[in-house]
Write a protein that binds this ligand. Structure first.
Ligand SMILES: NC(=O)c1ccc[n+]([C@@H]2O[C@H](COP(=O)([O-])OP(=O)(O)OC[C@H]3O[C@@H](n4cnc5c(N)ncnc54)[C@H](O)[C@@H]3O)[C@@H](O)[C@H]2O)c1
Length: 332
């Protein structure tokens, strides 16, 4: 199959491009480089041993998406392109609705017009809001607690309506937990253009001395060591989950929905300890008050993806840390 990856130069998209190639499909990337650098595409080519096709542009340009779908004879789309920083979404909600909801709508309209009706969507565990029970299964009620989460829920709802209205559509909604790690080559990984939003890039920056100390927000949560617990998943496992979801699109329900996580919760202090153990680096850190809006613990029920997609994670926390560090310390 020929697969269009919107946001394909980004963190998860770039790793998925390699997983798509590994599975014998042809990835075509479309990115406006608003949160990535064109150089990623060269590095992907280096890993793949041949150049990959990249279209430079915005998913909200309907002419561009339509012409790409047609010219590249695309069979299915994995839609990663979005803005993802929660705090920024609170400060600037309209740009989040425009890019995330407007972008998804524009891609779906272009697909409808070109008769491409197979779609995999990057959603997030953030759509569960504060957990009412753990682990979080796919039937857990959803609730957006910030504009970013709201945009993901709106896109999920748009897809559900679309599939209900037209049985020709097949869609898979993937709710990611906390992606970390990097490709084993050390050539691609998470490289946010601004201040990192996620924990692991802050851990590596603290270990590199690029920030003075990592702030550990909240030490009085009802968790074993008092710090917040999350479900960290290696980005290469997450990438493989997309291929499994693509393969399942033609089978079973027209609308599929899966958590992609490991099912294991790890606290901030456990993550720091695992990082120190795996890399030998030290991570200067200080404790700080809880951040408003953070929840104590989130981790996935992963049985549905394991059963129905035949997918399971293969990398442990030590590998996540070692691979993140290899990428952070690569020769630049
Ligand atoms: N990384 C996470 O922690 C996480 C967790 C849950 C869900 N997600 C979702 O997964 C997807 C990918 O996340 P990521 O971590 O790879 O982010 P990322 O920022 O690294 O990648 C997104 C890519 O999309 C591109 N992009 C953004 N808006 C665009 C537009 N209008 N047109 C074309 N390209 C555009 C960016 O330049 C970037 O390369 C996003 O939808 C994100 O919301 C990420």
């Amino acid at each position: 199959m020929r697969i269009l990856l919107t946001g394909g130069a980004g963190y998860i998209g770039s790793h998925t491009a390699l997983a798509v190639l590994d599975a014998g499909h042809e990835p075509v990337l479309l990115d406006n480089f608003s949160n990535s650098v064109p150089d990623v595409v060269d590095r992907l080519g280096e890993i793949a041993g041949r150049p990959l096709t990249i279209v430079n542009g915005d998913v909200r340009d309907p002419g561009l998406v339509r012409s790409t779908l047609a010219a590249e004879r695309i069979d299915a789309v994995i839609h990663f392109a979005a803005s993802k920083a929660v705090a920024e979404s609170v400060a600037d909600p309209l740009s989040y609705y425009a890019n995330n909801v407007g972008g998804t709508l524009a891609v779906l309209e272009a697909m409808e017009a070109e008769g491409v009706r197979s779609f995999v969507f990057s959603s997030s565990a953030t759509v569960y809001g504060g957990p009412q029970r753990l682990p979080l299964d796919e039937d857990h009620p959803t609730q957006a607690v910030n504009p970013y989460g709201q945009t993901k829920l709106m896109c999920e709802n748009m897809l559900m309506d679309l599939v209900r209205a037209d049985r020709g559509w097949r869609a898979s909604i993937l709710r990611y937990f906390n992606p970390v790690g990097a490709h084993s080559s050390g050539l691609i990984g998470e490289e946010p253009t601004g201040i990192p939003n996620n924990l692991m890039p802050l851990v590596t920056r603290a270990a590199l001395g690029e920030i003075d100390r990592l702030q550990v927000y909240g030490t009085d949560y009802p968790t074993p060591d008092g710090t917040a617990v999350r479900d960290y998943i290696h980005v290469v496992d997450l990438a493989r989950g997309h291929v499994a979801a693509l393969d399942a699109l033609g089978k079973g329900e027209a609308l599929q929905l899966y958590n992609l996580g490991t099912g294991r919760g790890t606290s901030v202090l456990e993550l720091i300890a695992a990082f120190v153990q795996a890399t030998g680096a030290s991570v200067p850190h200080v404790t700080a008050a809880r951040r408003p809006g953070d929840v104590a613990a989130m981790y996935a029920a992963v049985g549905k993806a394991e059963r129905e997609l035949g997918w399971r994670t293969m990398h442990d926390l030590a590998q996540m840390c070692a691979d993140s560090w290899r990428f952070a310390t690569r020769p630049k």
